[in-house]
Write a protein that binds this ligand. Structure first.
Ligand code: COA
Length: 258
């Protein structure tokens, strides 16, 4: 299925979104942003267990904002587009199921920010990463200055944003920017790696995600209280009873998401 510049397909329990603008290195124009928003509004279902975002081709995951489109925009249009990043892409950071960036090539500017919105990042060994905005007279303002320090720490984020340094996958792995360097085609690799998520207990996956995200905005006492509430949501589930029965019977559990 295609929603304009975004191909939408399902495989192994994951909803896979592929930006189809290889000729512009999967840069984000208005239509692509809208297509991302439409996925959340119209395509995501309760059957989906993870969302995987990737780009077409091997050169770029996403080269950031479409700079050719940007050049013809008024200031108000640029401002409106910036808000669209939050409304049309922001759901990736609050989605009830895990979101994963399968980074097939360069992730630059808004392209890296797109990956930062995801819970998990897997990259091809040849992928590169940079936030070069300050060299273009702007700043990363699709969440880059806020998400990057939370992911790699304040010190490394200052270096990457102020110097615009471009780094390779091995270095990205070392600093914790990505979780894994793929050993096969990046989406296939991501799907295999995600099996514990896509085959696991859905309610527990969602509860864990809620608690983990809360850890980024709550102090410890409030966070522990929030965590208790998330556990409570699992405690009364059929899946928890099934896991205990499966353990006793020495068989794999069959989770139903109830
Ligand atoms: N917006 C619009 N078009 C873009 C683009 C962007 N962000 N990035 C690349 N393109 C276009 C190029 O202009 C070129 O178009 P053309 O054939 O009409 O000249 C086409 O995509 C291919 O780009 P090219 O640089 O030849 O591809 P490459 O495979 O050698 O390199 C990149 C790919 C992504 C490394 C390189 O294009 C790049 O560095 N792009 C700039 C990204 C950037 O600075 N983004 C920050 C935004 S804040």
């Amino acid at each position: 299925m295609s929603a304009g510049p975004l191909q939408i397909r399902r495989q192994d329990g994951a909803l896979i979104l592929t930006i189809q603008r290889e000729e512009r290195r999967n840069a984000l124009d208005l239509a692509t942003l809208q297509a991302f928003g439409d996925v959340f509004r119209h395509h995501l279902t309760s059957e989906d267990r993870a969302v995987v975002v990737t780009g077409s081709g091997t050169s770029a995951f996403c080269a950031g904002a479409d700079l050719k489109e940007r050049r013809g925009m008024s200031l108000d249009q640029v401002r409106a587009q910036l808000l669209r990043y939050r409304s049309d892409l922001g759901w990736l950071s609050t989605c009830p199921i895990p979101t994963v960036a399968a980074i097939n090539g360069a992730a630059l500017g808004g392209g890296l920010e797109l990956a930062l919105l995801c819970d998990l990042r897997v990259a091809a060994a040849t992928a590169t990463f940079a936030l070069p905005e300050t060299s273009l007279g702007i700043i990363p303002a699709a969440g880059g200055t806020q998400y990057l320090p939370r992911i790699v720490g304040a010190s490394k984020a200052r270096e990457l944003i102020l110097l615009g340094t471009r780094i390779e996958a091995a270095e990205a792995l070392r600093i914790g920017l990505i979780h894994r360097v793929a050993t096969a085609e990046v989406v296939e690799d991501a799907l295999r790696w995600l099996e514990p998520v896509t085959r696991g207990a859905p309610l527990a996956q969602r509860a864990a995600l809620r608690a983990l995200r809360a850890a980024e905005r709550l102090d410890l006492d409030a966070g522990l209280e929030f965590e208790r509430g998330c556990y409570e949501a699992c405690l009364t589930s059929e899946d928890r009873v099934e896991a205990l029965a499966a353990f006793a019977e020495k068989r794999p559990p069959v989770f139903k998401g109830r």
